[in-house]
Design a protein around this ligand. Structure first.
Ligand code: 4AD
Ligand code: MG
Length: 474
């Protein structure tokens, strides 16, 4: 359908051609002598209007009432000029075959159903305009991501999903255990199947990896090993956080893009983040026009304008210290009061980008070391680290990055001060022993990027199957 509707003449160049369309029925309207069937095959937002006369092959299927919203059909027909005002062409059906009927209980009958309702139908929601459009834009953003990094000489690295180390040191990890049944009966009970010691605690020595293992919170540490060998690299894969945050910006399972630049400092890192965001936003504006127009009309009025500004304008940069000053001077009461040393809350982040700088992305740099991860490079002031967060309207923190501490003695001291176990990071410390280089990188939450680029308000609607506290259905 994308080839028909997306052509330069919206299909008029196809007049007279015979085509086959395979898709799902959105609506069916039977009039006395003709039946109109809207078919969508997911290739684009538009459905194609198919017109069927009673003498066409397969009309008995229509008469039988079996072809209803949700059913899958195969139609062959000729492209003809449409009498209607909504489309330039339609398909005059010669032959129709029903592929799979749809039970009358099909839950997405009405044109507009709430997104909350659709979350309970995550297996069927891609059949709606909104979720079809989100899926296509998400796909375009993924493609543009690879294209940006590949065109700039980065090598894609697959970082592991199962790991023994905690990159962020925040203890928000899911533990991985195996279910080796101790007896055939125990196989029925998953909890009993976890190897236990006599006192009832988990016996890690009997477990699959011989020690505790976790789902990764970030591929960064692994990416650093490859950056200090192949120079610029990036990861793009799933990450997991056992963070009990029930917000519209947090998922327990999300995808992260993490470039790592060798022989680079924080300025290089910020330049890369800016160029990347401008590239992928421009890419979807150019390649997903129909879907973006849909978001502009139905999801966030003015989003195309907002995104066009992102592509054209320089981003604001300011230090954390200046950001705190700005918040203290703000003519606004925040729920969480601000003082130097505190972590910025989402209300602060949104104030900075949405109100103080009129919707422009803002990069805040040089955060207090106490609120940032162990691997960030200490600045000469002894109080701050070379960290940066990119804040964008509606989403808040889209990117978190830093220059990494490349000096062995500083890094060891930091691990000690934070009571982190140096032994689990032995290989990471080795990178500072053998040919250490200044290097920097960042992590971008892919679903937050999808939110930013589509205007979708809740992150649960930016990923096909969201995982959040208390919810892992589908
Ligand atoms: O700021 P974060 O925690 O940084 C890191 O993980 C670094 N290791 C990245 C790096 O330097 N390579 O996470 C990075 C980004 C955030 O800015 C946010 O966009 C996203 O990941 N993110 C989440 N997205 C959805 N749900 C969550 N629970 C998220 N936690 C972080
Ligand atoms: Mg962060």
């Amino acid at each position: 359908v994308v080839d028909i509707k997306g052509g330069p003449d919206e299909g008029l160049d196809r007049l007279g051609q015979t085509l086959v369309v395979k898709g799902w029925v959105r609506t069916l309207r039977a009039q006395s002598s003709v039946t109109f069937i809207e078919v969508n095959d997911g290739s684009c937002l538009s459905s194609i209007q198919c017109v069927m006369n009673s003498d066409a092959e397969g009309y008995d299927q229509v008469e039988s009432g079996l072809i209803a919203t949700g059913a899958s059909i195969w139609v062959k027909g000729i492209v003809v000029a449409s009498q209607g005002s909504k489309q330039k062409v339609e398909l005059q059906i010669e032959k129709l075959e029903m592929v799979g009927r749809s039970d009358p209980s099909f839950p997405i009958q009405k044109k507009r159903v709430s997104r909350e309702f659709l979350r309970t139908k995550a297996h069927l929601r891609p059949r709606t305009n909104t979720f079809g459009a989100v899926a296509r834009v998400r796909n375009a953003l993924a493609y543009a991501t690879h294209k940006f990094f590949q065109d700039n000489g980065f090598v894609w690295i697959s970082s592991p999903i199962i790991t023994a180390s905690d990159c962020e040191g925040a203890g928000e990890q899911f533990c991985v255990t195996t279910l080796i049944p101790s007896s055939p009966e125990a196989a029925d009970s998953r909890v009993d199947a976890i190897p236990k010691t006599e006192d009832g605690s988990i016996d890690w020595s009997q477990d699959f990896f011989g020690k505790p293992a976790f789902l990764t919170v970030s591929g960064q540490l692994n990416a650093e090993t490859y950056a200090t060998a192949l120079s610029d690299v990036y990861t793009f894969g799933p990450t997991f956080r056992a963070e009990n945050s029930n917000t519209s910006r947090h998922l327990a399972e999300f995808w992260m893009i993490e470039p790592e630049l060798a022989f680079a400092d924080l300025n290089d890192d910020m330049a890369c983040a800016t160029a990347y965001l401008q590239y992928v936003v421009k890419y979807v504006l150019e390649h997903c026009k129909e879907d973006m127009d849909f978001f502009n009309t139905w999801i966030e009025k003015g989003i195309i304008n907002r995104l066009s500004n992102v592509v054209e304008k320089n981003f604001v940069q300011l230090t954390y210290t200046d950001a705190v000053e700005l918040l203290l001077r703000a003519d606004k009461k925040f729920e969480f009061p601000v003082k130097w040393g505190c972590d910025l809350q989402s209300e602060h982040e949104r104030y900075i980008t949405e109100e103080a700088f009129g919707g422009c992305p803002v990069i805040v740099r040089d955060y207090p070391k106490e609120i940032k991860a162990f691997y960030m490079r200490q600045n000469d002031d002894g109080k701050t680290v070379s960290a940066m967060d990119m804040l964008v309207p509606r989403v808040g923190e889209l990117i978190g990055g830093s220059q990494r501490e490349e000096r062995l003695e500083y890094l060891e001291e930091r691990l000690d001060n934070l009571n982190l176990n140096k032994e689990t990071y032995w290989w990471y410390l080795d990178l500072r022993r053998y040919g250490s280089v200044p290097h920097a990188g960042f992590g971008l939450g892919f679903e937050r990027l999808v939110q930013f680029a589509t205007g979708i308000e809740n992150i649960r609607d930016a990923i096909p199957f969201p995982r959040t506290p208390g919810s892992a259905e589908f």
